[in-house]
Write a protein that binds this ligand. Sequence first.
Ligand code: GUN
Ligand code: ZN
Length: 435
Amino acid sequence: MSATTTRIALRGDLLDFTGDPGWGETESAAVRFRPDHWLLIENGRIVGAQSESPDDTWERHDHRGRLILPGFIDTHVHMPQLDVIASYGTELLDWLNTYTFPAETAFADPERSRLGAKLFVEALLAHGTTAAVVFPTAHKVSADALFAAAQQHGMRVITGKVLQDRHSPDGLRDDVDQARADSLDLISRWHGVDRLAYAVTVRFAPSSSPEQLAMAGALCAADPTLYMQTHVAENRAEVAWVKELFPEARSYLDVYARAGLLHPRSVLAHGIWLDDADREALRTSRAQIAHSPSSNLFLGSGLFDWDAAIAAGAAVSLATDVGGGTSLSMVRTMADAYKVQAMAGQRLTAWKALHAATLGGATALGLAHEIGSFESGRLADVCVWDWAADPVALRRMDVARHLHERAFAWMTLADDRNLVQTWVAGALRHQRRGA
Ligand code: GUN
Ligand code: ZN
């Protein structure tokens, strides 16, 4: 061990996945539960796990009786929308026009962007999210501010300046040439730097002209290492509008396919109102749906058919979509996902939900070599949680008869108050007050 080696060991109940636990399986060989083990972290990377206490060359953190999980991956969330979270009384298109677009115009101001990005990144860490795919605003400064804040905290963040050149208010519209120049400049300065990656970020089909969609497709074609993020088929009025705006396209998703925006690094939020041909296009393109149950319930958008996506071979990750969603907590999001599936007569296991929020999200993003599990060599993005944070949860844990029951009760009852510590690449980045 060289003088510069940092060795950290975390003791607790280690829970992660070695593969996909499948749909509806409460017992799965893909679940790796190692109660009362030490997770070993050397120079920011996971190097193993063991039941015996490591020697005193390790900085030991004893969280006996607590749950230790890989940091959560939120595959769709909006940095500026902490200003509109929990806004009353609208569906998507009115919500955008009434609350969201006006709030986002303020991020033209570099100081507003800097403060918003700082608040946002720190809030992610305080909810146990260590990696995220994020929308800033149409302003280049908002993307710069978000990249800088994520870099400061050592986080894996994928983002890019929002493209929107029509059907948007003054102060939030760009144009094709400026948007291309801003995107290329941001790509040259941030893509592949530390743990950051650039996503060509089309807000949604209605707010980009066909010329802008073509420009976005050309950016993706020029560099296949870029991500792409957008919204698709979220709300019925939105879908009808897209049909009017793009009569030549077979479907909403097809607008993106025709522009060259569907590829393995595409992250499409929602996908509620898709058909079988769309799901087949997702399978063949290997693009993923970022399922956002909290947002879908709050904005009354609809019930996502997760089972149909799986049956079609389409990748699904899990996302908060704050501020359409009402919490940055991926735990609250998993609980909402269960309820959405219950409404559709389906059952989402704790394993499927936890997998989607960790290894599943990492795999869909092509990042399973870096994040999402406790496999040796992964960066140590790790969270320590209390199994229970109040007497009701404590009692429920006491009477749980097996591991899935316990994990499911945790996912249903826990929130950010259960979070004790957040580690990012082996550095302690958030600690509960008094912990
Ligand atoms: N569609 C276009 N923009 C947005 C947004 O900001 N939030 C959601 N939920 N859907 C969108
Ligand atoms: Zn969104």
